[in-house]
Design a protein around this ligand. Sequence first.
Ligand SMILES: [Zn+2]
Length: 309
Amino acid sequence: MNIIDLHCDVLEKLTRLENVNFQNDARLSASLEKLKAGNVKVQVFAIFVHSNLPDNEKFLAAARQIEAFHTKVLAEPEMVHITEWEQLNQLEDGQIGAILSLEGCDCIGEDLLKLEHILNAGVKLVGLTWNHENGVAYGASEDPSKGLKPFGRKVVQLLNDRNIIIDVSHLNEQGFFELLPLAKKLVASHSNARAICNHPRNLTDIQIKELVKHGGRMHVVFYPPFIESGKESTTIEYLVKHVEHIASLVGVQHIGFGSDFDGMGLSIEKLANAGEYENFIKALLKRFTYEEVSIMANRGFQKYALKIN
Ligand SMILES: [Zn+2]
């Protein structure tokens, strides 16, 4: 079954590890070899700039990851840069769609020109924050009652004007609720259900319902502490509990996957890299029909992306 995965951090590793290659480097969880083994048909590649970098180095770090996307990921003949959503329907057998996203606006400071520059590289999804405060808003680890900043509203306007999907996965609660009526296009690219695992990176039932009501989708993440409270390792079955819970709230048509491969030091048993996706699909098929699983795996996002362009 083909997979659309809305989040991985392989670009950060491609700029950090020595002598790394995207094709089959064993240190990568979402290398080309593993994406192929897992039937990943479309992979979103996040530009993730670590918050501990000095502010004046963040934009350059983002530029380096965009460079790695072009020179390492797109250098592989199978990889196709998706810059228009219609391209999702035109991928041929053996081709893998590659989408760029920005995981948090820390690297733009308070400069819309920097954001425009990043969008011009072909970015299709943008998260306003990572876990901390930036010039735009407050992340999931900050005070949940603080909302969007005035500059953040300008950022949302620009993203709307450019038809960019705004990613709520790392945003705090107040920012989330202020964003809902403002954003044209929404997604939670890698978050789980807080009702199953109480963590500020997960969404409450109210948030999940409101997200879907405003046209957004929930893409579940494979990071153990967001699956089973306080655990450094967990099972696929526990992740399926999140899927079942979200399905009971909003239906399978609004659920997708956003693994976070190469962004985690921990992993689920038997689902440690993109090459093991089939184990997750098998577990889902015990609880859902083939039709329902394929909607979650690829068709739901595909229809949504084509519809919202
Ligand atoms: Zn993340």
